[in-house]
Design a protein around this ligand. Structure first.
Ligand code: F3S
Length: 388
Protein backbone atom coordinates (compact mmCIF):
# COMPACT_ATOMS: atom_id res chain seq x y z
CA UNK A 1 0.00 0.00 0.00
CA UNK A 2 1.31 3.43 -0.93
CA UNK A 3 2.07 5.70 2.03
CA UNK A 4 2.58 9.45 1.88
CA UNK A 5 5.76 10.90 3.40
CA UNK A 6 3.84 11.81 6.56
CA UNK A 7 2.30 8.32 6.83
CA UNK A 8 5.74 6.74 6.35
CA UNK A 9 7.03 8.94 9.11
CA UNK A 10 4.34 7.62 11.44
CA UNK A 11 4.93 4.03 10.32
CA UNK A 12 8.62 4.35 11.18
CA UNK A 13 7.76 5.50 14.69
CA UNK A 14 9.01 9.07 14.24
CA UNK A 15 5.71 10.45 15.60
CA UNK A 16 5.63 8.26 18.69
CA UNK A 17 4.85 4.68 19.63
CA UNK A 18 1.05 4.90 19.86
CA UNK A 19 0.73 6.33 16.36
CA UNK A 20 3.21 3.75 15.06
CA UNK A 21 1.18 0.87 16.51
CA UNK A 22 -2.03 2.25 15.02
CA UNK A 23 -0.41 2.75 11.62
CA UNK A 24 1.02 -0.77 11.73
CA UNK A 25 -2.52 -2.18 12.09
CA UNK A 26 -3.84 -0.12 9.16
CA UNK A 27 -0.91 -1.04 6.90
CA UNK A 28 -1.29 -4.74 7.72
CA UNK A 29 -5.02 -4.53 6.90
CA UNK A 30 -4.36 -2.58 3.72
CA UNK A 31 -1.78 -5.13 2.57
CA UNK A 32 -4.13 -8.08 3.23
CA UNK A 33 -6.98 -6.50 1.24
CA UNK A 34 -4.71 -4.96 -1.41
CA UNK A 35 -5.75 -1.39 -0.68
CA UNK A 36 -3.82 1.11 -2.76
CA UNK A 37 -3.77 3.89 -0.16
CA UNK A 38 -5.24 5.26 3.05
CA UNK A 39 -8.25 7.59 2.90
CA UNK A 40 -9.43 10.18 5.46
CA UNK A 41 -12.50 9.21 7.50
CA UNK A 42 -15.20 11.34 9.07
CA UNK A 43 -16.00 9.24 12.13
CA UNK A 44 -15.45 5.95 13.92
CA UNK A 45 -17.74 3.63 15.84
CA UNK A 46 -15.88 1.18 18.06
CA UNK A 47 -17.26 -2.29 18.91
CA UNK A 48 -15.79 -4.69 21.46
CA UNK A 49 -17.02 -2.67 24.43
CA UNK A 50 -19.06 -5.15 26.49
CA UNK A 51 -16.92 -6.85 29.11
CA UNK A 52 -19.06 -9.94 28.47
CA UNK A 53 -17.54 -10.17 24.98
CA UNK A 54 -13.96 -8.99 25.50
CA UNK A 55 -13.18 -10.42 28.96
CA UNK A 56 -10.01 -9.77 30.96
CA UNK A 57 -7.75 -10.08 27.90
CA UNK A 58 -9.67 -7.33 26.10
CA UNK A 59 -9.68 -5.10 29.16
CA UNK A 60 -5.92 -5.53 29.49
CA UNK A 61 -5.38 -4.73 25.78
CA UNK A 62 -7.52 -1.60 25.93
CA UNK A 63 -5.97 -0.41 29.20
CA UNK A 64 -2.48 -0.64 27.66
CA UNK A 65 -3.40 1.53 24.69
CA UNK A 66 -2.09 5.06 24.55
CA UNK A 67 -2.86 7.88 22.16
CA UNK A 68 -5.88 10.03 21.31
CA UNK A 69 -8.47 9.71 18.62
CA UNK A 70 -8.33 12.40 15.93
CA UNK A 71 -11.86 12.08 14.48
CA UNK A 72 -15.26 11.90 16.27
CA UNK A 73 -15.47 8.41 17.75
CA UNK A 74 -18.28 6.70 19.62
CA UNK A 75 -18.68 3.40 21.47
CA UNK A 76 -20.97 0.46 20.76
CA UNK A 77 -23.23 -0.78 23.61
CA UNK A 78 -21.55 -1.92 26.83
CA UNK A 79 -22.55 -4.94 28.93
CA UNK A 80 -24.78 -2.96 31.29
CA UNK A 81 -26.71 0.23 31.87
CA UNK A 82 -23.83 2.40 33.09
CA UNK A 83 -26.04 4.12 35.69
CA UNK A 84 -28.64 1.52 36.68
CA UNK A 85 -26.64 -1.69 36.37
CA UNK A 86 -27.78 -2.96 39.77
CA UNK A 87 -31.40 -2.92 38.55
CA UNK A 88 -30.30 -5.32 35.78
CA UNK A 89 -28.89 -7.80 38.30
CA UNK A 90 -25.30 -7.11 37.20
CA UNK A 91 -22.73 -8.06 39.85
CA UNK A 92 -20.15 -5.66 41.33
CA UNK A 93 -17.15 -7.40 39.77
CA UNK A 94 -18.57 -7.22 36.25
CA UNK A 95 -19.59 -3.58 36.78
CA UNK A 96 -16.13 -2.61 37.97
CA UNK A 97 -14.43 -4.19 34.96
CA UNK A 98 -16.99 -2.73 32.54
CA UNK A 99 -16.36 0.74 33.98
CA UNK A 100 -12.60 0.24 33.51
CA UNK A 101 -13.20 -0.57 29.83
CA UNK A 102 -15.25 2.61 29.39
CA UNK A 103 -12.68 4.72 31.29
CA UNK A 104 -9.86 3.43 29.06
CA UNK A 105 -11.80 4.38 25.90
CA UNK A 106 -12.69 7.78 27.34
CA UNK A 107 -9.04 8.49 28.14
CA UNK A 108 -8.39 8.11 24.42
CA UNK A 109 -11.11 10.63 23.61
CA UNK A 110 -13.80 8.14 22.51
CA UNK A 111 -17.31 9.28 23.45
CA UNK A 112 -19.00 6.84 25.85
CA UNK A 113 -22.46 7.19 24.28
CA UNK A 114 -22.54 3.39 23.92
CA UNK A 115 -25.03 2.83 21.13
CA UNK A 116 -25.39 0.84 17.92
CA UNK A 117 -27.43 3.72 16.47
CA UNK A 118 -25.00 6.67 16.55
CA UNK A 119 -26.85 8.14 13.55
CA UNK A 120 -29.94 8.59 15.78
CA UNK A 121 -28.12 10.88 18.21
CA UNK A 122 -25.53 12.78 16.14
CA UNK A 123 -26.23 14.04 12.64
CA UNK A 124 -22.61 15.11 12.00
CA UNK A 125 -21.02 11.65 12.12
CA UNK A 126 -21.89 10.55 8.60
CA UNK A 127 -23.27 11.99 5.38
CA UNK A 128 -23.58 10.67 1.84
CA UNK A 129 -20.22 9.54 0.37
CA UNK A 130 -18.32 10.09 3.63
CA UNK A 131 -15.75 7.41 4.40
CA UNK A 132 -16.14 5.95 7.90
CA UNK A 133 -14.66 3.20 10.06
CA UNK A 134 -17.66 1.81 11.93
CA UNK A 135 -17.78 -1.56 13.65
CA UNK A 136 -21.23 -2.71 14.69
CA UNK A 137 -22.91 -4.63 11.90
CA UNK A 138 -26.33 -2.92 11.98
CA UNK A 139 -24.71 0.52 12.18
CA UNK A 140 -22.45 -0.37 9.25
CA UNK A 141 -25.45 -1.54 7.23
CA UNK A 142 -27.41 1.64 8.00
CA UNK A 143 -24.44 3.90 7.20
CA UNK A 144 -23.78 2.23 3.84
CA UNK A 145 -27.39 1.70 2.79
CA UNK A 146 -29.53 4.48 4.24
CA UNK A 147 -27.04 7.30 4.77
CA UNK A 148 -25.09 6.45 1.60
CA UNK A 149 -21.74 6.66 3.42
CA UNK A 150 -18.96 4.10 2.94
CA UNK A 151 -17.62 1.79 5.60
CA UNK A 152 -16.33 -1.72 6.02
CA UNK A 153 -17.26 -3.63 9.14
CA UNK A 154 -14.25 -2.87 11.30
CA UNK A 155 -12.99 -4.98 14.17
CA UNK A 156 -12.33 -3.22 17.50
CA UNK A 157 -8.54 -2.82 16.95
CA UNK A 158 -8.82 -1.60 13.34
CA UNK A 159 -11.56 0.90 14.27
CA UNK A 160 -9.41 2.30 17.08
CA UNK A 161 -6.35 2.45 14.83
CA UNK A 162 -8.42 4.34 12.25
CA UNK A 163 -9.67 6.70 14.97
CA UNK A 164 -6.11 7.49 16.07
CA UNK A 165 -4.73 8.02 12.55
CA UNK A 166 -7.96 9.51 11.11
CA UNK A 167 -7.71 7.27 8.05
CA UNK A 168 -8.59 3.78 6.85
CA UNK A 169 -7.34 1.58 3.98
CA UNK A 170 -9.30 2.10 0.77
CA UNK A 171 -10.84 -1.31 0.02
CA UNK A 172 -14.16 -3.19 0.27
CA UNK A 173 -17.26 -1.00 0.57
CA UNK A 174 -15.20 2.17 0.12
CA UNK A 175 -14.91 1.27 -3.58
CA UNK A 176 -17.71 1.60 -6.18
CA UNK A 177 -16.94 -1.81 -7.65
CA UNK A 178 -17.97 -3.55 -4.39
CA UNK A 179 -21.21 -1.61 -4.02
CA UNK A 180 -23.11 -3.21 -6.91
CA UNK A 181 -26.15 -5.39 -6.16
CA UNK A 182 -25.62 -9.14 -6.33
CA UNK A 183 -29.25 -10.24 -5.79
CA UNK A 184 -32.68 -8.83 -6.57
CA UNK A 185 -35.25 -9.56 -3.87
CA UNK A 186 -38.87 -9.23 -4.89
CA UNK A 187 -41.28 -9.25 -1.96
CA UNK A 188 -44.75 -10.28 -2.94
CA UNK A 189 -46.57 -8.90 0.13
CA UNK A 190 -47.39 -5.77 2.11
CA UNK A 191 -45.10 -5.69 5.16
CA UNK A 192 -45.13 -3.80 8.42
CA UNK A 193 -42.82 -3.11 11.40
CA UNK A 194 -41.23 -6.34 12.62
CA UNK A 195 -41.99 -8.03 9.25
CA UNK A 196 -38.87 -6.25 8.00
CA UNK A 197 -36.81 -7.96 10.70
CA UNK A 198 -38.31 -11.28 9.57
CA UNK A 199 -37.53 -10.43 5.93
CA UNK A 200 -33.94 -9.54 6.85
CA UNK A 201 -33.65 -12.79 8.79
CA UNK A 202 -34.59 -14.73 5.62
CA UNK A 203 -32.60 -12.70 3.10
CA UNK A 204 -29.36 -12.63 5.13
CA UNK A 205 -29.34 -16.44 5.13
CA UNK A 206 -29.79 -16.49 1.34
CA UNK A 207 -27.42 -13.76 0.16
CA UNK A 208 -24.78 -14.14 2.94
CA UNK A 209 -22.28 -11.34 2.22
CA UNK A 210 -24.01 -10.22 -0.98
CA UNK A 211 -25.60 -6.86 -1.75
CA UNK A 212 -29.38 -7.27 -2.12
CA UNK A 213 -31.57 -4.87 -4.06
CA UNK A 214 -35.15 -5.00 -2.77
CA UNK A 215 -38.32 -4.40 -4.76
CA UNK A 216 -41.00 -3.86 -2.11
CA UNK A 217 -44.66 -3.02 -2.32
CA UNK A 218 -44.56 -0.47 0.47
CA UNK A 219 -42.21 2.33 1.50
CA UNK A 220 -40.19 1.75 4.67
CA UNK A 221 -39.59 4.30 7.40
CA UNK A 222 -36.14 4.72 8.99
CA UNK A 223 -36.88 2.31 11.83
CA UNK A 224 -37.97 -0.39 9.39
CA UNK A 225 -34.80 0.12 7.30
CA UNK A 226 -32.80 -0.15 10.53
CA UNK A 227 -34.54 -3.45 11.42
CA UNK A 228 -34.13 -4.90 7.92
CA UNK A 229 -30.39 -4.15 7.75
CA UNK A 230 -29.73 -5.35 11.31
CA UNK A 231 -31.36 -8.74 10.70
CA UNK A 232 -29.52 -9.30 7.39
CA UNK A 233 -26.21 -8.43 9.02
CA UNK A 234 -26.90 -11.05 11.71
CA UNK A 235 -28.34 -14.00 9.76
CA UNK A 236 -25.86 -13.32 6.93
CA UNK A 237 -23.17 -10.68 6.80
CA UNK A 238 -24.87 -8.11 4.61
CA UNK A 239 -23.19 -4.70 5.00
CA UNK A 240 -24.98 -2.89 2.17
CA UNK A 241 -28.42 -3.14 0.59
CA UNK A 242 -30.70 -1.09 -1.59
CA UNK A 243 -34.46 -0.61 -1.61
CA UNK A 244 -35.87 0.58 -4.91
CA UNK A 245 -37.25 4.13 -4.66
CA UNK A 246 -36.35 4.36 -0.96
CA UNK A 247 -32.56 4.28 -0.50
CA UNK A 248 -29.95 5.75 -2.85
CA UNK A 249 -29.80 4.01 -6.22
CA UNK A 250 -27.13 1.37 -6.74
CA UNK A 251 -24.29 1.83 -9.24
CA UNK A 252 -25.06 0.21 -12.62
CA UNK A 253 -24.90 -3.57 -12.45
CA UNK A 254 -21.99 -5.03 -14.39
CA UNK A 255 -23.48 -8.53 -14.44
CA UNK A 256 -27.02 -9.90 -14.17
CA UNK A 257 -28.08 -10.42 -10.58
CA UNK A 258 -29.85 -13.44 -9.19
CA UNK A 259 -33.57 -12.88 -8.59
CA UNK A 260 -35.35 -14.23 -5.50
CA UNK A 261 -39.02 -13.90 -4.60
CA UNK A 262 -40.18 -13.92 -0.99
CA UNK A 263 -43.88 -14.32 -0.15
CA UNK A 264 -45.94 -13.63 2.97
CA UNK A 265 -46.01 -17.30 3.97
CA UNK A 266 -42.22 -17.34 4.28
CA UNK A 267 -42.33 -14.18 6.41
CA UNK A 268 -45.05 -15.67 8.62
CA UNK A 269 -42.96 -18.80 9.15
CA UNK A 270 -40.20 -16.74 10.81
CA UNK A 271 -42.72 -15.81 13.54
CA UNK A 272 -43.28 -19.51 14.16
CA UNK A 273 -39.60 -20.17 14.90
CA UNK A 274 -38.62 -20.41 18.55
CA UNK A 275 -40.71 -19.72 21.57
CA UNK A 276 -43.30 -16.97 22.01
CA UNK A 277 -46.09 -17.94 24.35
CA UNK A 278 -44.07 -18.99 27.39
CA UNK A 279 -41.38 -16.32 27.23
CA UNK A 280 -40.20 -15.18 30.68
CA UNK A 281 -38.96 -11.80 29.42
CA UNK A 282 -39.77 -9.45 26.55
CA UNK A 283 -37.11 -7.17 25.07
CA UNK A 284 -37.49 -4.39 22.52
CA UNK A 285 -34.88 -2.07 21.07
CA UNK A 286 -32.51 -4.09 18.89
CA UNK A 287 -31.14 -1.93 17.27
CA UNK A 288 -31.58 0.76 19.92
CA UNK A 289 -35.01 2.42 19.86
CA UNK A 290 -35.54 5.77 18.17
CA UNK A 291 -37.74 8.45 19.75
CA UNK A 292 -40.56 7.40 17.40
CA UNK A 293 -40.29 3.80 18.60
CA UNK A 294 -40.29 4.89 22.27
CA UNK A 295 -43.40 6.95 21.56
CA UNK A 296 -45.16 3.96 19.98
CA UNK A 297 -44.22 1.70 22.91
CA UNK A 298 -45.35 4.33 25.46
CA UNK A 299 -48.73 4.57 23.72
CA UNK A 300 -49.17 0.79 23.61
CA UNK A 301 -48.32 0.53 27.33
CA UNK A 302 -50.59 3.36 28.39
CA UNK A 303 -52.86 2.25 31.28
CA UNK A 304 -51.28 -1.24 31.38
CA UNK A 305 -49.05 -3.02 33.89
CA UNK A 306 -46.39 -5.53 32.91
CA UNK A 307 -46.60 -9.01 34.40
CA UNK A 308 -43.15 -10.12 33.31
CA UNK A 309 -39.91 -8.25 32.71
CA UNK A 310 -40.06 -5.90 29.73
CA UNK A 311 -36.85 -4.19 28.63
CA UNK A 312 -36.82 -1.31 26.20
CA UNK A 313 -33.23 -0.70 25.05
CA UNK A 314 -32.07 2.65 23.73
CA UNK A 315 -29.19 5.14 23.73
CA UNK A 316 -28.91 7.28 26.86
CA UNK A 317 -29.02 10.46 24.78
CA UNK A 318 -32.32 9.35 23.23
CA UNK A 319 -33.80 8.59 26.67
CA UNK A 320 -32.62 11.97 27.95
CA UNK A 321 -34.26 13.71 25.01
CA UNK A 322 -37.72 12.38 25.91
CA UNK A 323 -38.00 11.84 29.69
CA UNK A 324 -41.81 12.02 29.42
CA UNK A 325 -41.83 8.91 27.21
CA UNK A 326 -39.42 7.08 29.54
CA UNK A 327 -41.69 7.96 32.47
CA UNK A 328 -44.77 6.72 30.64
CA UNK A 329 -43.07 3.43 29.73
CA UNK A 330 -41.74 2.90 33.26
CA UNK A 331 -45.13 3.63 34.84
CA UNK A 332 -46.18 0.26 33.43
CA UNK A 333 -43.35 -1.47 35.30
CA UNK A 334 -41.22 -1.87 32.14
CA UNK A 335 -37.57 -0.76 32.26
CA UNK A 336 -35.95 1.61 29.80
CA UNK A 337 -32.38 0.33 29.61
CA UNK A 338 -29.61 2.54 28.25
CA UNK A 339 -26.01 1.94 27.07
CA UNK A 340 -26.54 -1.80 26.54
CA UNK A 341 -28.91 -4.37 25.05
CA UNK A 342 -30.36 -7.85 25.48
CA UNK A 343 -27.57 -9.43 23.41
CA UNK A 344 -24.39 -7.82 24.76
CA UNK A 345 -25.41 -7.80 28.44
CA UNK A 346 -24.88 -10.90 30.59
CA UNK A 347 -28.18 -10.02 32.33
CA UNK A 348 -30.12 -11.87 29.58
CA UNK A 349 -28.64 -15.15 30.64
CA UNK A 350 -30.80 -15.18 33.78
CA UNK A 351 -33.79 -15.90 31.54
CA UNK A 352 -34.83 -18.98 29.59
CA UNK A 353 -37.03 -17.58 26.83
CA UNK A 354 -37.18 -14.09 25.40
CA UNK A 355 -39.75 -12.58 23.08
CA UNK A 356 -38.54 -9.76 20.86
CA UNK A 357 -39.59 -7.74 17.83
CA UNK A 358 -36.07 -7.89 16.37
CA UNK A 359 -34.90 -10.20 13.58
CA UNK A 360 -31.33 -9.58 14.70
CA UNK A 361 -31.99 -10.59 18.33
CA UNK A 362 -33.81 -13.67 17.02
CA UNK A 363 -30.47 -14.79 15.54
CA UNK A 364 -28.16 -13.81 18.37
CA UNK A 365 -30.10 -14.62 21.55
CA UNK A 366 -29.81 -18.40 21.07
CA UNK A 367 -26.31 -18.36 19.59
CA UNK A 368 -24.57 -15.75 21.77
CA UNK A 369 -26.66 -15.76 24.96
CA UNK A 370 -28.03 -19.32 25.06
CA UNK A 371 -31.52 -17.88 25.51
CA UNK A 372 -34.42 -19.22 23.43
CA UNK A 373 -36.03 -16.51 21.33
CA UNK A 374 -39.31 -15.85 19.57
CA UNK A 375 -40.27 -13.07 17.21
CA UNK A 376 -43.46 -11.03 17.49
CA UNK A 377 -44.68 -7.63 16.35
CA UNK A 378 -44.21 -4.80 18.87
CA UNK A 379 -47.93 -5.09 19.72
CA UNK A 380 -47.61 -8.84 20.34
CA UNK A 381 -44.52 -8.28 22.50
CA UNK A 382 -46.38 -5.72 24.63
CA UNK A 383 -49.35 -8.09 24.87
CA UNK A 384 -47.03 -10.92 25.97
CA UNK A 385 -45.52 -8.67 28.68
CA UNK A 386 -48.82 -7.32 29.99
CA UNK A 387 -51.17 -10.30 29.87
CA UNK A 388 -51.13 -13.01 32.51
FE1 F3S B 1 -27.61 -3.04 18.89
FE2 F3S B 1 -27.39 -4.93 20.66
FE3 F3S B 1 -29.02 -5.25 18.65
S1 F3S B 1 -25.75 -3.76 19.83
S2 F3S B 1 -28.15 -4.06 17.00
S3 F3S B 1 -29.21 -3.68 20.25
S4 F3S B 1 -27.61 -6.76 19.40
Amino acid sequence: MYLTKEEEHIYEGKSGESLRRAMEILVALGDIYEAKRLIPIRSVQVAGVSFKNIGDAGLEWISDLKGRVTVPSILNPAGMDLQHWKDMGIDEEFALKQKKVIDAFERMGVSADCTCTPYQIYSGLAEKNDHLAWSESSAVSYANSVIGARTNREGGPSALAAAIIGKTPNYGYHLDENRKPTHQIVVDAELNGSDFGALGFLVGKIVKDGVPLFHLRNRLNHDELKALGAAMAASGSVALYYVEAVTYSPPTCAKPVEKITIDKKEIDEVYELGSRADADIVALGCPHCSIAELKGIAEMLSGKKVRKDLWVCTARKIAETCPHLVKKIEESGAKVICDTCMVVSPASQRYKKMMTNSGKALVYLPSLCKVEAGLGSTEECIQCATEA
